[in-house]
Design a protein around this ligand. Structure first.
Ligand code: ATP
Ligand code: MG
Length: 380
């Protein structure tokens, strides 16, 4: 591409002069002065004419803005200069003109190249222009820069993908939790019962003493394993969230936090009347869970306050501690996913999240979730 552009730009001036008649002949098609002025001043679309050989014959403001060429730099040059080298090598410019001649017009979306060699995603319509006798006089070309729309579509796709991954992860966690509980948990319980039976059996014989102590130790071990399994299953997805609902699960989370870390945590909730849907319940539970984990890891706090309130059309969740806080402008680095995950969950529920902290003055997370997206029956 570079060499082609360079080569074209270095064309002798004679060449450019040769192109002018083509412009003036096809330019006559734009005989209406008002119409010509209108086309010239359009900024959002590159609208220009090509002569029958595909050389640029007119240029408007939109073309200058989108493609970056001044009129006198581009007039008379072949329009293949706007195509990426791989498309030029494949003969795309010529085949598009041939199709336009055959079908009257063609529409195409693809990458095009600006004067500075950057690429943009273009929607292009090429129309064959014929005179009253049907003789081909050239082509009208309308190009629109769709790069922003493409990026938006890509972003939307990435968001959908992220939502999908999040849901898949939750489903996977639920499955793992069920497996741990139903499979591993059941097996361990059965093993314990067998051991208890063995215990009773040997108790009546002279050989029993040594084996009794052995089996007792094993029973103790198994109790520990069962407790671990319960803890792991509860950490992956607390059964309480499915069994008793969000509020009991949050109560459990907060009292477990108090008991484990001895931090004074208060919970105020006035939203019990709301029927939270499954994704909102999971999101709110995970938000509080991550915030509490962060408090243990980073805050050195002695008090935590969690408020869940209904304010007009929003459910407002605030988690605040009196710990050492953090300088939020500092780059969290690529290994911090907690706050990022919170933002993503809140965004999926079409809510807003504000994180507020000053070093030495605690940390506060304030989330507003629209009630209509978090109650059962909502479309999110
Ligand atoms: N309650 C808090 N008090 C003080 N600093 C906090 C608090 N919560 C978060 N931070 C700061 O914000 C940073 C980012 O938190 P985030 O949860 O995103 O990542 P992390 O906890 O470091 O790692 P992980 O990805 O495992 O969650 C933390 O590293 C910490 O410096
Ligand atoms: Mg964290």
């Amino acid at each position: 591409m570079q060499s082609r552009d360079k080569c074209s730009r270095q064309r002798p001036a004679d060449d450019q002069r040769e192109a002018v008649p083509a412009r003036s002949s096809i330019g006559r098609l734009l005989s209406d002065e008002h119409f010509r002025l209108l086309v010239e001043t359009v900024e959002d679309y590159a609208i220009f004419l090509l002569d029958p050989a595909g050389n640029v014959a007119t240029w408007n403001n939109g073309a200058k803005r989108i493609k970056g060429y001044e009129a006198d730099e581009i007039m008379g040059r072949h329009f293949s200069v706007f195509y990426p080298p791989e498309d030029v090598a494949a003969g795309k410019p010529e085949s598009e003109l041939a199709l336009a001649i055959e079908k009257g017009h063609i529409e195409d979306e693809g990458w095009r190249v600006r004067r500075d060699e950057s690429r943009f995603w273009a929607n292009v319509v090429i129309t064959a222009v014929r005179d009253a006798n049907g003789t081909l006089r050239g082509f009208a070309k309308v190009t629109r820069d769709m790069t922003d729309q493409l990026r938006l579509a890509e972003l939307q796709h990435a968001r959908e993908l992220s939502t999908h991954v999040q849901t898949a992860r939750e489903n996977e966690r639920t499955d793992i939790a069920r497996e741990l509980h139903d499979d591993l948990g059941q097996q361990l319980a059965a093993l314990k019962m067998q051991l208890a039976a063995l215990d009773m059996d040997v108790d009546a014989t002279g050989l029993a003493r040594h084996r009794v102590s052995q089996t007792q130790a094993m029973q103790g071990q198994i109790d520990t394993i069962i407790a671990s399994v319960r803890r792991i299953a509860a950490g992956l997805r607390p059964p309480i969230l499915d069994d008793l609902g969000l509020f009991a699960a949050i109560d459990w989370l907060v009292s477990d936090f108090r008991r484990r870390y001895g931090i004074d945590a208060t919970l105020n909730n006035d939203t019990e009347a709301l029927d939270f849907n499954a994704s909102a319940s999971t999101a709110i539970f995970r938000l509080i869970q991550e915030a509490l984990t962060n408090i243990v890891r980073h805050a050195e706090a002695s008090e935590v306050r969690i408020d869940i309130r209904r304010v007009d059309a929003d459910c407002v969740l605030s988690i605040e501690d009196n710990g050492r806080g953090a300088a939020l402008e500092a780059d969290p680095g690529t290994k911090s996913f907690g706050l990022l995950g919170m933002r993503e969950r809140v965004r999926q529920l079409r809510g807003t999240i504000a994180i507020d902290s000053t070093p030495g003055r605690g940390f506060r997370i304030l989330t507003k979730l629209p009630v209509e997206t978090i109650i059962t029956g909502s479309a999110v």
